[in-house]
Design a protein around this ligand. Structure first.
Ligand code: PEP
Ligand code: MG
Length: 567
């Protein structure tokens, strides 16, 4: 059979080559004849025991991650254990066994699928993504029901690529360290399994379709989690290229750790700060570990996407305290809740508003968050960032509430200083209004994720990514940088593109003062900056601003980006 490529969606970057291990293949009970009524009670006991054992296994994995300081991943797994003990699931399994005589494995499979399908049908992406977690738990229980152990790859083998229909976060956490890459028929980029894979640095491609499940056990495979391509039975050349790429990546990571205390200045002496994006303590710890200069974007809304009501003062305190504990003496840029759009919790379902618009309609909720932030920020260099600003009046309104909160916190005996208040520039309107917004802001932070999509008319949920280096987007970034600098305030860039080798030099050339990037990207971006010439970046940015197409910008920046490739 000749080499063949399948295209999916890259969910965790990096490249890995290895031999296939199909996770879903063995040890699943098939339906068979109905269990006779006298044997059904024992069958139910077998099924319940398997579900409980699955819960215990997931809890043990969760405890292991917790002890390694991976609190967020541990919490995701703990939720999985709770699902195994869901009374609705138990009732479903009992009915299938006692009334229809299904065997334990088949009953678990059917009940789990009903549960997962109900979740998948929800119009809320975060809840729908839990369907993967439920199915993964079901697979675990089904294997246990037939007395099997959960599939583990050969731990003596270094290079294993796991293929599965879907994976839950527990599966991903458990596969480490034997597995080098993951290729899934289904799955989503924002599913929890992908979040865990990214944080563990495991290359992962999702959405490959049924074809990937037909690849035989032991077949050679390359997973490219950056391009989203999987190569089946690759030739010698491809294997060599993959080997070189992954060795380079490993070397680059080692170097980034070794150089984490060096300052981030370009080859011609221009300083640019590199901070981390985070939404919890684990990411803060990872970003600081890679040498981040504090946190440039703390997304507070991600902790509350399942919320049934506006988070309370106490809930905000609890969500922030573990992250702030790691940030004493460092910058913590906390963004106020950016609900709406693809981050709409159930209680706001159907809202057409987003970010600051929602906050200003719920002044008590805004006050609760601001007061909590001020109270837990002792010792932290706090900055507060307001999402989705479109005009200066919104920032003034938030500042008024902040000042009132500060007075109340002072009256209660605490003495935090007034923190700098910044505006996100992530809507084209904010870039257009940048001079007026900069006049009332203490700093600006450009969010190219929303800005590019809104400027170029591409849905945020589309798998196609809107290019942040399109001249139409770069001109908006330029407007923001100029407006900020005219007012003498710093301008940060915190969209995903800040850690894209092809785009980052342009932002530096446009004059951004700070780049804030995903925790696992901090080391790489710091290294790139130290290899970049500011003069060359400025020339590239000037040419890119005058370009009339994306392709033209590609041509301008590619030679510069090539110089940043790991060696
Ligand atoms: C952005 O839009 O670039 C940004 C950083 O905000 P988020 O991705 O959280 O919407
Ligand atoms: Mg945004």
């Amino acid at each position: 059979m000749a080499a063949r490529a399948l295209r999916g969606v890259g969910a965790a970057p990096g490249i890995a080559a290895g031999k296939v291990h199909q996770l879903d293949g063995a040890q699943i009970e098939t339906p068979g004849a109905p269990v006779p009524p006298p044997g059904r009670a024992a069958e139910l006991k077998r099924a319940s025991g398997a579900l409980e054992e699955a819960a215990l296994e997931v809890e043990r994995l969760s405890a292991r991650l917790e002890s390694e300081g991976r609190t967020e991943e541990a919490e995701i797994l703990a939720t999985g254990a709770m699902m195994a003990r869901d009374p609705q699931l138990a009732t479903g399994v009992a009915e299938l066994i006692l009334q229809r005589g299904l065997n334990a494995g088949t009953a678990i499979a059917e009940a789990i699928e009903t549960h997962a399908a109900a979740l998948a049908a929800l119009d809320e992406p975060m809840l729908a993504s839990r369907a993967d977690d439920v199915r993964s738990l079901g697979r675990r229980a089904m294997r246990l029901a037939v007395g099997g152990v959960v599939d583990t790859v050969d731990l003596d083998s270094d290079d294993v690529i796991v293929i599965a229909r879907e994976l839950g976060p527990a599966d991903v956490a458990e596969l480490r360290p034997a597995v080098k890459g993951l290729a899934l028929a289904g799955g989503g980029v924002t599913a929890h399994a992908a979040i865990v894979a990214r944080s563990l640095g495991l290359p992962m491609v999702v959405g490959l379709g049924e074809d990937i499940l037909a690849v035989p056990e032991g077949e050679a495979l390359i997973v490219d989690g950056s391009s989203g391509v999987v190569e089946i039975r690759p030739g010698r050349d491809s294997l060599d290229r993959a080997g070189v790429a992954s060795e380079r990546r490993a070397r680059a990571m080692d170097r980034a750790v070794a150089e984490k205390d060096l300052s981030t200045v370009t080859t011609d002496g221009h300083p640019v700060l590199v901070r981390g994006n985070a939404s919890g303590a684990a990411e803060v710890a990872a970003a600081l570990g890679w040498g981040a200069d504090g946190i440039g974007l703390f997304r507070t809304e991600l902790a509350f996407l399942d919320a049934a009501a506006w988070p309370t003062h106490e809930q905000h305190r609890q969500a922030l305290a573990p992250a702030f504990a790691l940030l004493r003496g460092s910058v913590a840029t906390v963004r106020l809740l950016d609900f709406g759009g693809d981050k709409t919790p159930p209680f706001l379902e159907g809202t057409p508003l987003r970010g600051v618009q929602l906050l200003l309609e719920a002044p008590q909720a805004l006050k609760a968050q601001l007061a909590a932030i001020l109270e837990v920020a002792a010792g932290v260099q706090l900055r507060i960032l307001v999402p989705m600003i479109t005009e200066p009046a919104q920032l003034r309104a938030v500042r008024d509430v902040l000042q009132r909160c500060l007075a109340e916190v002072h009256a209660a005996g605490l003495a935090p200083p007034m923190p700098p208040l910044g505006a996100m520039v992530e809507v084209p309107a904010a870039a257009t209004m940048a001079p007026e917004i900069a006049a009332v802001a203490d700093f600006l932070s450009v969010g190219t994720n929303d800005l590019s999509q809104l400027q170029l008319g591409i849905e945020r949920s589309a798998s196609r990514r809107a290019a942040a280096h399109h001249p139409a987007v770069l001109r908006l970034v330029d407007m923001a940088v100029r407006a900020g600098h005219q007012r003498g305030i710093s301008v940060s860039l915190c969209g995903e593109s800040a850690s894209d080798r092809l785009v980052m030099p342009l932002f530096v050339g446009l004059g951004v003062d700070e780049l804030s990037v995903g925790a696992s990207r901090v080391g790489a971006v710091r290294g790139w900056l130290r290899r970049l010439s500011y003069a060359a970046a400025r020339d590239a940015a000037t040419a890119a601003l005058c370009a009339s197409s994306l392709e033209e910008v590609d041509g301008v920046v590619e030679p510069l980006a090539r110089l940043l490739e790991p060696v």
